[in-house]
Design a protein around this ligand. Sequence first.
Ligand code: ATP
Ligand code: MG
Length: 664
Amino acid sequence: MSDDHGTIESLSSLAHETPDTYPPSAEFRAQANQNNSEIYLRAAADPEGYWAEQARTRLTWTKPFTEVLDWTNPPFAKWFQDGELNVAANCLDRHVANGLGDRVAIHFEGEPGDSRSITYAELTYEVKRAANMLTSLGVTAGDRVAIYMPMIPETIISMLAVARLGAAHSVVFGGFSAESLRARIDDAEAELVITADGGYRKGRVSPLKPVVDQALELDDADGKPSTVKHVLVVQRGKNDITMESGRDLWWHEEITAYDGEHQAQGFPAENPLFILYTSGTTGRPKGILHTSGGYLTQVTTTHSDVFDLKPESDVWWCTADVGWVTGHSYIVYGPLANGATQVVYEGTPDTPDWGRWWEIIQKYGVTTFYTAPTAIRSFMKVGRQVPEKYDLSSIRLLGSVGEPINPEAWRWYHEVIGASQVPIVDTWWQTETGAIMVAPLPGLTSLKPGSSQIAQPGIAVSVLDESGDKVDRGQGGLLVVERPWPAMVRTIWGDDQRFIDTYWEKFGDKYFAGDGARLDEDGDVWFMGRVDDVMNVSGHRLSTTEIESALVGHHAVAEAAVVGADDETTGQAVVAFVILKSQQQLLTEAEAEAELKKHVASHIGAIARPRNVFVVNELPKTRSGKIMRRLLKDAAEGRTIGDTTTLADTMVMQTISDRVVAER
Ligand code: ATP
Ligand code: MG
């Protein structure tokens, strides 16, 4: 059983569990955008032809491309490189020209309860004015603009205005500190920062402009001042801020000088569109560079096919923050290029109470809804009585992204939010992939809770062992992407070598994603957690995801994180951290610990039985909501806690280390 190839063992084969499957209903299938499985074969036979067709039919080019893919200098891909387009005009002007100007693009819902619906015509007008304003501030093609904003329409307007000018944005999530913001401004050498005075979070104004001031006052590594010349400030929170004269400008004062006349120019397909840093779950964030034509092709295709988008009737809602790639691809570029109507919500799901999201769905008649397992688990913890108070009958499709979705969370989502009827698409992708890579097509795939299942048409993924051979069905290993894809990362900004080392060292011209995965007997893909997090217990390589899913499968558990900690006898031992559901907190910790150890042993096998189970109130998460297992491992092994710059709440780790130390 021991394996020398470093592959991840199939624990499910020990558990002998046959997953339940959910085939598409006849009605859903009949109306689905993709309901003929030949698409997979056709795309596999000629992937470049498939993507060229998507690029030609879904986008408007100012100069058509003749060349599809240039892969002569791997790993630096060029897609559609002799073509030209304007990304913002694809999201705006062309819809207005097609008579869709009156369609609502954005239903904005502010946290304090203010709301505003913006049509495509209005959004186009605002972006044109903003583009004129940015031009007069000196922004031209090739420049970088940092955006540090709350979730308000001006954030999207700013991104599109930057893109319209052929410049690149670097959106920094509004929860990041002055140091993190400054590091990202310096890395991109941005000359303009767009921010707001503050935004609403958890019922109060969270200041942003003061953080920008602080960031710009810091000396950079070589003691040089920042490259920033101007800070443009949107008024939102009405909190007190200081404006430095000559440098800082109010958006609402500046914008009045500009009209809505602006002719969008075409830029080469490989023109940079944005730089975005990864979540930092496994280490120092990487500045991922995305370009224009290929990126827009794949985000529009996947937004339409995976979410079965009907732009004329759907109300789309992706709950991500625009500071993450999910917000870039499935709030800004995919939905707007597809002419969709969507909800944008500023605040947190628990403000003023845990009913807020469901109330928004009811209010706008949201049809297609995309969120993260971390949110679903929070709602499970609070209980189904909250969403059950609202009318969610408009929902016809649900999506998940960010982490593996535990089967128990999948079933809850399906039953409580999806009325036991609607399909759930579990979408695997990364900041680096730019767009969805592995996910069901809801009109075609028989869904399996916990599995992302199948690569998108035109995408080829494999699961390899350490030596680069494909594993058999039923086996685990390392996920790779076989061929270049249109929305792929072009490099790590300013660091080609790190790009090569991180993703291409291991398997040559195959992209190494850093995630473990297993193929089941049908060839479907199950993500098993980060390769960095794989545990080795007495020579058995165990997956964090499967043990966590077993724990979450216990009726008392809301959330779980599992790490491998040094152990004298077994090499590594399984250490689990669990949050109990609100109504289960009467269970004593000792009872919970004994019960959960037994539960894992009986569901997966004695080898996976945790050495420790710690009951905690919170888990350390990145600001995008992902569990940071490397910090838990530090705590479990009694080390000082590592780099916590991307941690949402640094106090959480202190509480957990104290808890672990007390046990020793
Ligand atoms: P860093 O690369 O800095 O450690 P990160 O990987 O968390 O940060 P992202 O690009 O935001 O940054 O996240 C991509 C990762 O999220 C994937 O590699 C995978 O581990 C996880 N992920 C995303 N969606 C899914 C999914 N549907 N199923 C399983 N894992 C997922
Ligand atoms: Mg990553």
